[in-house]
Design a protein around this ligand. Sequence first.
Ligand SMILES: [Fe+2]
Length: 427
Amino acid sequence: MMVKIPKGEINELKIELCDLNFERSKKVNIVLLVISLFLVPLDIINKQKGLWMPGTKYLFCTHILMVLVPLILLLYLYKHKNINTDVKSKQFFIMFFAYFLFLDSTVTSIIDQLIHGEISVFVIGAFLIAVMTNFRPLTSMGLYFINYLVFIIGITFVQKNREILSGHYINGTILVLVAWFLSIVLYNIKVKDFLSKITIERQKCELESTNLQLTATNQKLQESLLALDESQNIIFTLALALESKDSYSSGHSERVADYAVEIAKYLNLSEEDQLNINRASILHDIGKIGIPDAILNKPSALDHEEWAIMKSHPERGEAICSKLNFAKEILPIIRYHHEHYDGKGYPDALSGEKIPFLARLVSIADTVDAITSSRPYRSAGTFEKACSELQKGSGTQFDPVLVEAFVNLYNNNSTKLNSIRSQVCLS
Ligand SMILES: [Fe+2]
């Protein structure tokens, strides 16, 4: 039945219960004073009318006490102006008032044996204590036990009717036990409320702390993304700037990217693959930045040495992009975009499935743009020509599956491919 209180929470619970009991005791003290201020003049008027019965004078004394003690307690509060921060003074006030209230009702019921023979004031006192205070079970047991003893001894001496006395013994005992039980139940409810409140407050604090951490992490992430965007922008701008040196290759990377992404969409590749294909296509020839212009723009055929330098651009591109965090995934695409399906490509002469799939795909897009773009020595070819060239190289230079995919894509959606070519070529 008892609620277990964690060690760390005991002090906080004590303070909360002390505050609650103190506020309630103060209010009941004032109510008691107001009631007594009516009772005392009423007693005096009754005496003047000759209505006093045997025992009324003792009752009058309790009424006087009910005026004096609350007044003394109010004076105590006035004297202890800092009582709100003084737990011991508050506890003294609470215990003193509880014992006085209960004892006064007990004594009133004992005196009442001389007048009406009732124990109702004692019962009211017992239940008022249960409702008004949230004492620990042991504390309230002491309070109930002392008053019960006083009550039993008192009525034994005062009540002369044995039958009434037996009834009071039984009723008084049962009602005191019920009142004590009620006080324990109310105390446990209060403790449970307190623990729930503490748990909710703790969870709220944890949530707020987590929220703050998430906000800070999010901010850092945003900053990192901005930095990443910046580094990406720089390298992409560099790649495009490289192409602008030669009007014939201008827009090549962007068109390769658009063709490659269209093929990826046609093959239902993931969003991540599409993103990597787009980035790799833009950067696939970035290694040409290290190739002399004399070789890049040579109108005639390259000699053996020049061709060797030209063929180093995939490795140069991989080396440049290896320093960039965002480009880790696309390094194989950059390095292997000139490999051939039959193993006669460069730089590593990989063949078939050993060539990364996305590199094989970019190779197709690269070739399509090379055929459909104009050169100093020839005009731009059509997509039909590109399809025909791809089919000729299927299984030797190109992956047959990807050749078929591109041809099907063109047959199904030539408008889209034409729009890529015309838009970017014009730009
Ligand atoms: Fe290339």
